[in-house]
Design a protein. Sequence first.
Length: 274
Amino acid sequence: MTPWAVAFLALLLVSGPRSAVAETIRISGTGGAIGTMRILGEAFRKTAPGVRVDILPVTGSSGSVKAVLAGRLDIGLSARTLSGEERALGVVETKYARTPFVFCVNNSLKMTGLTMEGVAGIYGGRRDWENGRRIRLVLRPPEDSDIPVLKGMSPAMREAVEVALRRKGMIMAMTDHDAADAIESVPGAFGGTTLSLLLSEKRALRMISLDGITPSLRAMNDRSYPYAKTFYMVTKNNPPASVRRFIDFVFSPAGAAILATNGQGAAVREGILP
């Protein structure tokens, strides 16, 4: 989490409770989900003109859970499941979407694909592209939700990611947006992100195929491209009616269409909210 995001989260945690009169739904969390949630919020407001949806600056998955527990967010967006301790404190998770986890390169590189063996080689220490340009691997912190996805791709990737996290002088991106910014701006950069972030924010990144498969919603759904992240909405156990209405909208046909347009497959509603 960036220092700015830490300061913003601290402000959320220490500020006073919201007015009971205001029909405002405050949402923040993991960066990969924010862009699409902003679009969902704009569409929801047209169906519920008396409700305002505020998409606040990114706090990350764990930061959003803390803010929901403190009553400073109504919906936290998380890319991980809740811990037993978090659930015991009075929050629940509602799985609402999955999106392909993808690899991207800086647009200065004219490559279109890699093998999983090649990706593991980059994380394991390969230093140069075939054109001689230095590879600038963009990493995420060990506790980030990207790390289990990367380690789960193959035994070789598990070992390679551990090697990368021990190397010095690496580009360490604290948030999803930091990672995308670094890949966009650093010549020779390479790293992981989500299809949802690329599409919802129209990022100037070159997404590459993996073992000949181009990441897409269809490829994720038919499992020809198996690498994905799951998004959850985290709320208090008994959220306000306006929050329930918004969650209903996310699971509606209109919400599912917005998710699909932005690279996310809508999850089947599991009835987690009481």
